[in-house]
Design a protein around this ligand. Structure first.
Ligand SMILES: [Zn+2]
Length: 383
C-alpha cells in the first residue's frame, strides 16, 4: 500500500509492504514532520526500514528530520546531493550522528524490499566524482514493482533528468508521482509517452504560489490518457495493490474524481524493462487474468550492450524447442549467431542474450519467440 500524503506544498509517500515493512519516499516539509511521526505512531509503526529522500530540497526531505529523531531507521537511500540549507544540514547531521547506514543510489541498482516488492533505480547516473549534482535533474527515479504493478517516483525531475532515466532503460508505470508538483519544467511529452501512466499523482498545496500544477502538464497527462489526481483536492491518495491489479482512493472525493479508479488488469509478466503494455480500459470489476502459455521477459540495451530475452512456458514444459526472431528498430531481421533455437530447461524456461550492433539505431525492436506451436511477441527497447 502506498499513501501519497497530503503534505501541502511538497512531496511525501508512505509505503507499507505486504510483509509489514515501512518505507518513506520523501517526508513533506519540515513543518509536516511531527504530523507524519504521529500518523506512523498511531499506525503502530516502530521502525522505518527505508528512508529515501528524492533530493535535498526542504519541501521533500524537511520532515525526514523528525523521522530520524523518532524512529530507528534501517537505511537512508541517498542521491549523493547535499544542500546549503539549515533544513538539509540538520537532517544530514542527525543521520550521521546516529550511524544510520547510507546507501548511495545509482542507476541500475535493484533493491528487494521483501513481500514481492522490488525497486529499480534509474537515476542518478553513475558519474565521475568531479561532476557536481544538479538538484532537480539528479532527483532519484525509483520504480517500485509489486508483482506486475509498477509505481514510479521521480522527485522534482526536470526534462534533462527524464532523458537520462529513459536512456537508463525506464519504461512504463501504472502510477506516476508527477515531477515537481506538476511543474512545467518536468513531465515532458516524450517522458510521459514512454511512461504512459494510468494515473498521475500531483502533490502540491492548494492555491500555491508556484501555480502548480501547470495547465500544460495536465494537457500532456490527458494526451497519454493519464488520470490526474491532486492531493490538494483528494487529500492523501492511497494506492493498494495485490500484485496483479491496483486501486486508487482519495481521502476526500471531490466531484467523484478522487476515488473509484479501478484500473487495468495486467496481462504481462513482471517485466524488467519491457515495452509490453496492458490495455487499460477502466472497469468496475477486475477479472483475474489468464496466464498466457508463454511469458516473455525482455531487457533492451544500447549499441554494444547485451540484450536479453527469457521465455517461460506456462504451465512449465521442459524439453520444448523454442526459436526466436529479433527485428531491429530499423525493421531488419537480426542474424546474430546467439539467436539459435534453444530447448527449455527443467523449469520450462529458455533465454537468449546477444550483443546489439554498434550502429543499431535506437527505438523499439521486436522479438517473437515460438515454443512448439505457440508464439509470443514483445517489443524490446534499443536505447
Ligand atoms: Zn519540490
Amino acid at each position: 500500500m502506498v499513501r501519497f500524503l497530503d503534505v501541502g506544498q511538497g512531496d511525501g509517500a508512505w509505503l507499507t509492504t505486504p510483509d509489514g515493512r515501512t518505507i518513506l519516499i520523501d517526508c513533506g516539509p519540515f513543518s509536516y514532520g511531527p504530523r507524519l511521526v504521529s500518523a506512523l505512531q498511531q499506525a503502530g509503526v516502530q521502525r522505518v526500514d527505508v528512508l529515501a529522500p528524492s533530493h535535498a530540497h526542504a519541501d521533500h526531505m524537511g520532515g525526514c528530520y523528525h523521522i530520524v529523531r523518532s524512529f530507528p531507521v534501517g537505511v537512508v537511500l541517498w542521491t549523493g546531493q547535499t544542500d546549503s540549507s539549515t533544513t538539509w544540514n540538520q537532517f544530514w547531521q542527525e543521520v550521521q550522528s546516529r550511524n544510520i547506514t547510507i546507501t548511495q543510489l545509482v542507476a541500475g541498482q535493484v533493491f528487494d524490499w521483501g513481500g514481492g516488492v522490488r525497486t529499480r533505480v534509474f537515476n542518478p547516473q553513475a558519474r565521475a566524482p568531479s561532476i557536481p549534482f544538479h538538484q532537480y535533474d539528479d532527483s532519484h527515479v525509483l520504480l517500485v514493482e509489486h508483482g506486475a504493478i509498477r509505481l514510479l517516483f521521480v522527485g522534482d525531475l526536470h526534462r534533462p533528468g527524464e532523458a537520462m532515466a529513459l536512456r537508463a532503460g525506464l519504461r512504463q508505470a501504472h502510477v506516476l508521482k508527477v515531477a515537481e508538483h506538476g511543474s512545467q519544467s518536468g513531465s515532458g511529452q516524450g517522458f510521459l509517452d514512454a511512461v504512459a501512466p494510468d494515473v498521475g499523482i500531483i502533490s502540491a498545496g492548494a492555491n500555491n504560489r508556484f501555480g502548480h500544477p501547470h495547465p500544460e502538464v495536465l494537457t500532456r497527462l490527458a494526451s497519454v490518457a493519464a488520470q490526474p489526481l491532486a492531493t490538494a483536492q483528494c487529500g492523501t491518495i492511497t494506492v493498494t495493490s495485490d500484485g496483479a491489479s491496483y486501486r486508487v482512493r482519495g481521502e476526500r472525493n471531490v466531484d467523484g474524481r478522487c476515488s473509484g479508479v479501478s484500473p487495468p488488469t495486467v496481462t504481462s509478466p513482471p517485466p524488467t524493462t519491457t515495452s509490453v503494455r496492458s490495455t487499460t480500459t477502466p472497469s468496475t470489476a477486475t477479472p483475474t487474468p489468464p496466464t498466457p502459455p508463454l511469458s516473455l521477459e525482455v531487457r533492451g540495451a544500447g549499441p554494444n550492450g547485451t540484450a536479453m530475452v527469457a521465455v517461460q512456458t506456462n504451465p512449465p514444459r521442459p524439453g520444448v524447442s523454442c526459436s526466436i526472431r529479433y527485428v531491429t528498430p530499423a525493421g531488419t531481421p537480426s542474424t546474430a549467431a546467439d539467436l539459435n533455437p534453444k530447448t527449455t530447461d527443467g523449469q520450462g524456461r529458455a533465454s537468449w542474450s546477444w550483443r546489439i550492433g554498434p550502429r543499431t539505431q535506437p527505438g523499439d525492436g521486436t522479438v517473437e519467440v515460438t515454443c512448439g506451436n505457440v508464439s509470443a511477441r514483445a517489443s524490446i527497447p534499443i536505447t
